[in-house]
Write a protein that binds this ligand. Sequence first.
Ligand code: HAM
Length: 422
Amino acid sequence: MERLPGFRDFYPEPLPKPDLWSADARQYIFDKWRGMARRYSFREYDGPPLEPLELFTTKSGEEIVGQLYNFKDKGEREISLRPEMTPTLARMVASYERSYKKPLKWFSLPQLFRYERQQKGRLREHFQLNADIVGESDPGADAELIALLIDILRSFGLTEKDFVLRLSSRNAWQEFYRQRQCDGAQEYAFYQIIDKLEREAPELSDEKLTGMGFSLGEVSSFIEQGQPTAELEAILTNLAARGLSDYVKIDYHVIRGLAYYTGVVFEAFDRQGEFRAIAGGGRYDNLVKLISGGSVDLPALGFGMGDVVLFEFIKARGLLPRFDAALDAFCLIENAELRNESLRLIQDLRAAGLVVDYSLAPAKSDKQFKRAQELKAVHTIKLERRQAGELLAKIKHLQTREETVVPAAEAIERLRQRSSQR
Ligand code: HAM
């Protein structure tokens, strides 16, 4: 049976085929995401993968709504798999905002589902780091979030030569629009034309803009001038103080497709323009209010970084480590009479935090040794009973062939020392 198109299986390394997805690489990405988010003092949260359909149709915008995996459940409820995390976060925050001191700095690693046309960097499910700050309107919060995004990418070994964060502002575009147009109902449609500018033929964009009373020329010259707004200036100054200026540039091409953004917006791209956006986000100061039906009003901002493009990007730059699931020790049970003692030793070694394996069923010595090598064991450990009845452990380092014999009771400590020196 085949899996659904756009969905992935994750296999342990070594992979049977190079184009399969690696569960080890996924864990590597998750560990980096979590590690850096925690260093920035973000706390982890999660929500359900299924939500009432209405949560997403309220304010996410047409593009995502057209991609929903939605259906009726057996209780006749209209529901949907989550295509993004932000509405869930807004709902969760609104429910218990009084229990938390502001600003909230929260992160999550949800799996998301979008019925997209499958293409490079876009699948029908992906994992997405979400980092959001709620309850702070100062641009210092935007800078903190952007610094986190940059530091996450740097933690994979990427540098300012590899990626850039394109910073923009819906406020700037709002001003541009409102100076020339008073029909507020068309404003989001205008943003969508800007969002597609780089992907659509110029003639088509021009035609659409003209239909709304604009011209491609004036839009292009506004983008080219790229005058930072006061909020963007403040963010740039903040990032410069952190030594992160080389990672950002003002770029008004970015406006973001989602409907709920209200202020600063940004997207991270590889410098060579090979891949789709690595991450995207911005301010959404009205969403909590909207989702709480007006009862909670908190400014908010955040970003999402998917695992698909990130994986392809770090792989292409040769930055993925090798994933050897090496064992600290493989326990050889050559003497059937010592099986119970060996099982006890294995149990104790594992309790001490060591990665240990052994032959589950009795097997010939050479077969056991071969298995130890296949599993890339650093050591073998074998119990032996001396004639006087003393139980000894023989620890062998498979590469250096160095052998140590210690009383069985000391084996754990000895192996632990050796493994921590690795
Ligand atoms: P988004 O731009 O839709 O934003 O997604 C963020 C990132 O998720 C993209 O830059 C991309 O890396 C990844 N991504 C999105 N769709 C797919 C897909 N079909 N396949 C693979 N990767 C994908 C949001 O979702 C916002 N809710 C982010 C946010 C959080 N804004 C504020 N807080």
